[in-house]
Write a protein that binds this ligand. Structure first.
Ligand SMILES: Nc1nc2c(c(=O)[nH]1)N[C@H]1C(S)=C(S)[C@@H](COP(=O)(O)OP(=O)(O)OC[C@H]3O[C@@H](n4cnc5c(=O)[nH]c(N)nc54)[C@H](O)[C@@H]3O)O[C@H]1N2
Ligand SMILES: Nc1nc2c(c(=O)[nH]1)N[C@H]1C(S)=C(S)[C@@H](COP(=O)(O)OP(=O)(O)OC[C@H]3O[C@@H](n4cnc5c(=O)[nH]c(N)nc54)[C@H](O)[C@@H]3O)O[C@H]1N2
Ligand SMILES: [Mo]
Length: 849
């Protein structure tokens, strides 16, 4: 690797590093960068990653503006480099607890999308079938007029809001107040429904309340890390760097990986289980069976802190490894081996993500992982914790602010005292906050729009025309004449093309706000540059709407009393007071210049809280809990009296679940299982990462992964153009032959369709390329999260490769099984970033146990 010509002056600014020179690394070819090994119970050394645009020297940077990353849930802290009012680069923040200076490839290069020439700069309205530019007054008038008509003629339930996991806390809170108390609709949810609804639900089921028990610092202390359906190497690359550093240090952890694909995690695991998709509950029940059978459980912890153990023990009594081996198609010996590793762990850390949350029996499976920790007493101690992960950068805020299907502050919609308390915070009558039924979930919102009871749908910060299942249906819903669709985005997305009004939004770097990551760490992102044209922060748009609608509290004063991000944050603090996500000890000033802070942060915990449940379970008592629980099989909500008799003292609830077969299983016409997911270099529907050349070129188009034996049986090879079909639709892409489990196909869901009108491919009626053309409208009964990870599919040849290869990265889970099948993924000179290691107050070998 050559040195990137970094000057001494640059080093100064980068890492307070007087001793070492920065190293220049191609971070497309080498996504995780260089190693900084460290020993167990030591703190993770600092490594500051910096990327400046071509031709920009460090000493030319005029301002570094503090922010946190927005292309995953890790919350990596960074500074944005500014020259003459333009963003010119980024560097990681050495002093932050989350990343200690490191950045992943998406964050090193993704910022370039902000300056894309095709950003939306003016509002658009539909006139004579076409979207035409207009001014803000015209666009907002149209929205307000329709809102008034609808609420008068059809009531508040005719309006729905579908938001994001990518705006800021202040924006969600404002939206929640205006939707729930201003309009008075309960149809408000986020795309977090597709993302981490199961994380929230599993926490509610086990602990009575949302709130991540563990901390990223647990990575430093665990002796076993178990990853369930979580490709952390690609989806949280910075925490994977941390694991890689521990794997190369003293007393490394053993990894257990449950994933049907040959991810980098799988390749480094002590035990890799590659189950049939959709069989997580069977596998977990067998693991629990073995651990209980061999009595590697913490009887004292179970007695002191849980209810329901007996039911679990009897439920898994017959779930032997042999039984699960047949269901999951995993060797019984491997299941027993995994149970040994988990059962012998001294400090076990588990992480859970979409291979569980978007798969069959999502909540039931996620809850069994909580159970594993409860019966082993692996909670609330350093290294012993569970991370029911988030995916999006601010999904946690969507949940806590009540912009998803929950009430703000993790209040319980079935508890009248909680509703009354919220009404007091907002100075409205409790009856004006809809709570006669659970807040509507996103899949139901789209169903209501399809059926005609919702007549206006306001979509902010999400691209459902690519990301929801069964796209042909989604297009037909959004295209209806009777549905008034508002889309608030940066670009003219597939969804924006179907809108009646499009509002140009400012984004990260162009506005100020707070985001909370997957381990409850709160970061502030400050505005670094002006948004393009007339684009406005989402907060300003929501405030403008609230002002035009003239929403009032019960005394006739304005319902929403704030006008800027900081005041919105202060208002939210009042709403969070006394609840688990208590922000009252945090201010913008406290977040500036320092590391992020983990909530709850209040008078009792002025520096924040590393781990929840260090001293027993605190938010499960019937009077304070967010939820009384649900039946995991049907999703029916339990009644308060049932919960009170089940769990009078507010302990953790151990909920057992029987394995049920997936709804759609392979047959003669659709002999494969199909799963969908991510690659390291792209984010979701690629509105940002496709506009960063380094990222785009690393994975420029869709592909299909199949196993060696399946490819051979069908006479297929690398690069063949293939068609994947399900009962819903089909897509085409080039084949990549990998070590994926036989019988399973994988398609990344990042690639939108080519033809907005039809969803078809470039050549007329040919199938498109979006994974969600094929996925099913079906969801987990408890969390209502759609099932993107289990479908039955066919695979057929369209055209042989003729020397081409799949446009899939070779550095990741999509690596070809034959190394010479495709040229290696590299970024070259355009993809160099600097890494600076050395002293900072996080190193020095201090024991932080
Ligand atoms: N590079 C990148 N990073 C991201 C994102 C991105 O788009 N790109 N998005 C962010 C967001 S919003 C999210 S939600 C997260 C998601 O992060 P992850 O959950 O890590 O990503 P996925 O690729 O969706 O799924 C993870 C794994 O689940 C496995 N899997 C599929 N079916 C099953 C099953 O039935 N059982 C088991 N055990 N495993 C199964 C797949 O093989 C896949 O490797 O990533 C975040 N980070
Ligand atoms: N088949 C399949 N489908 C999936 C998944 C899967 O694994 N498989 N995963 C699901 C998951 S976990 C997720 S999280 C979803 C993600 O699905 P989406 O949320 O639809 O994906 P994004 O591309 O992130 O869309 C975010 C949109 O917000 C815009 N945006 C970015 N920043 C801002 C901002 O500050 N303000 C505004 N107003 N707009 C902004 C972006 O340009 C983009 O259009 O996809 C889900 N769909
Ligand atoms: Mo997500």
């Amino acid at each position: 690797m050559d040195e990137a010509g970094m000057s001494e002056a640059g080093m100064d600014g980068v890492g307070r590093n007087k001793s070492g020179m920065g190293t220049s690394v191609d971070r497309i070819a080498n996504p995780w960068g260089g190693r900084t090994p460290y020993d167990r119970h030591r703190s993770w050394p600092t490594r500051v990653d910096t990327r400046l645009g071509a031709g920009v020297e460090p000493d030319q940077v005029q301002r570094w503006v503090q922010a946190a990353s927005i292309l995953h849930s890790d919350g990596d802290a960074m500074d944005v480099a500014v020259v003459d009012g333009r963003m010119v680069g980024v560097r990681g923040r050495a002093d932050d607890r989350v990343n200690r200076g490191r950045l992943g490839p998406k964050d090193l290069f993704g910022w370039q999308a902000n300056a894309s020439e095709d950003r939306l700069t003016r509002p658009l309205i539909r006139e004579g079938g076409r979207l035409v530019e207009c001014d803000w007054d015209t666009a907002m008038d149209r929205i307000v007029t329709r809102s008034r008509e609808l609420t008068e003629e059809r009531g508040p339930g005719s309006i729905g809001f579908y938001t994001s996991g990518q705006l800021y806390l202040e924006e969600y809170y404002t939206l929640a107040v205006l939707a729930r108390a201003g309009i008075g609709t309960s149809h408000l949810d986020g795309n977090t429904r597709l993302c981490t609804a199961t994380a929230a639900e599993a926490l509610k089921e086990s602990f009575g309340c949302d709130g991540q028990p563990g901390s990223y610092d647990d990575f430093d202390h665990a002796d076993v890390v178990a990853l369930f359906g979580h490709n952390i190497a690609e989806t949280q690359p910075v925490q994977w760097m941390r694991l890689l550093d521990r794997l190369e240090g003293g007393d490394p952890p053993r990894l257990v990986c449950v994933d049907p694909r040959p991810t980098k995690v799988a390749r480094r695991a002590a035990v890799h289980l590659a189950p049939r998709a959709g069989t997580n509950v069977a596998l977990l029940n067998a693991l629990l069976h073995e651990i209980i059978r061999t009595d590697r459980i913490d009887h004292d912890y179970i007695a002191a802190h849980t209810v329901g153990f007996e039911e679990l023990a009897s439920r898994v009594r017959e779930c032997t490894p042999q039984w699960a081996a047949a269901v999951c198609d995993v060797p019984a010996a491997s299941i027993a081996e995994a149970a040994d590793v988990l059962g012998d762990a001294d400090r076990l850390l588990s992480t859970v993500l979409q291979g569980v949350y978007q798969s069959h029996q999502a909540t039931a499976a996620a809850v069994q992982i909580n159970n594993l920790h409860l019966i082993r007493g692996m909670l609330g101690r350093s290294g012993a914790g569970v991370l029911q992960m988030n995916g999006q950068p601010t999904a946690q805020n969507t949940r806590e602010c009540g912009a998803d299907g929950d009430l703000p502050g993790f209040r319980n919609w079935q508890n009248d005292a909680h509703v009354a308390d919220l009404a007091k915070v907002w100075n409205v009558e409790p009856e004006s906050i809809a709570h006669y039924a659970p807040p509507t979930h996103a899949m139901q919102i789209f169903r209501y729009a399809e059926q005609g009871s919702i007549r206006m749908l306001w979509i902010s910060g999400t691209n459902p025309a690519v990301s929801l299942p069964e796209l042909a249906r989604v297009r037909s819903i959004l295209r209806q004449e009777r549905l008034f669709v508002v889309v608030q985005d940066l670009f003219r997305t597939e969804t924006a093309q179907l809108a009646d009004v499009v509002l140009p939004a400012a984004t990260w770097g162009e506005k100020t706000g707070v985001s909370t990551n997957a381990d409850r760490t709160v970061h502030l992102s400050d505005k670094a540059v002006e948004p393009p044209g007339e684009a406005r922060p989402d907060l300003d748009v929501f405030l403008d709407y609230a002002a035009r609608m003239d929403f009032r509290d019960k005394d006739g004063g304005p319902l929403i009393t704030w006008h800027d991000p900081e005041a919105a944050f202060e208002a939210w603090k009042r709403c969070s007071a006394g609840r688990p996500c208590d922000y009252t000890g945090i201010t913008y000033d406290k977040l500036r210049g320092a590391s992020g802070v983990q909530w709850p942060c209040n008078e009792q915990a002025p520096d924040g809280t590393a781990r929840l449940y260090t001293d027993g379970i605190s938010w499960a008592h019937p009077d304070v809990c967010e939820s009384y629980g649900k039946d995991l099989e049907t999703g029916a909500s339990d009644e308060p009296v049932e919960y009170r008799s089940l769990n009078p003292d507010g302990k953790a609830v151990i909920r057992a679940a029987a394995y049920l077969p997936p709804h759609e299983t392979p047959d003669v016409d659709h002999p494969f299982q199909l799963t969908t997911g991510r690659t390291l270099y792209h984010f979701h529907t690629r509105t940002k990462t496709a506009r960063a050349p380094q990222l785009n070129e690393a994975a420029p188009d869709v592909w299909v992964e199949a196993s060696v034996s399946d490819a051979a049986a069908l006479g297929l090879g690398e690069g063949d153009l293939v068609e994947v079909g399900t009962l819903r639709g089909a897509l085409r892409g080039r084949l990549r032959v990998t070590d994926i489990r036989p019988g399973l196909l994988f398609v990344p869901f990042h690639y939108g369709y080519w033809d907005t009108a039809t969803g078809h491919g470039p050549s007329g009626g040919a199938p498109g390329r979006a994974a969600n053309e094929t996925t099913v409208t079906d969801w987990d009964p408890a969390s209502k999260q759609p099932l993107f990870k289990t479908a039955a599919a066919s695979l057929r040849l369209v055209e042989h490769a003729n020397g081409s290869h799949a446009p899939a990265p070779t550095t990741t889970a999509s690596a070809p099984c034959r190394a010479d099948a495709a040229p290696p993924t590299v970024g070259g000179a355009a993809a160099l970033a600097t890494e600076t290691t050395g002293t900072s107050h996080h190193t020095g070998g201090r024991d932080i146990r």
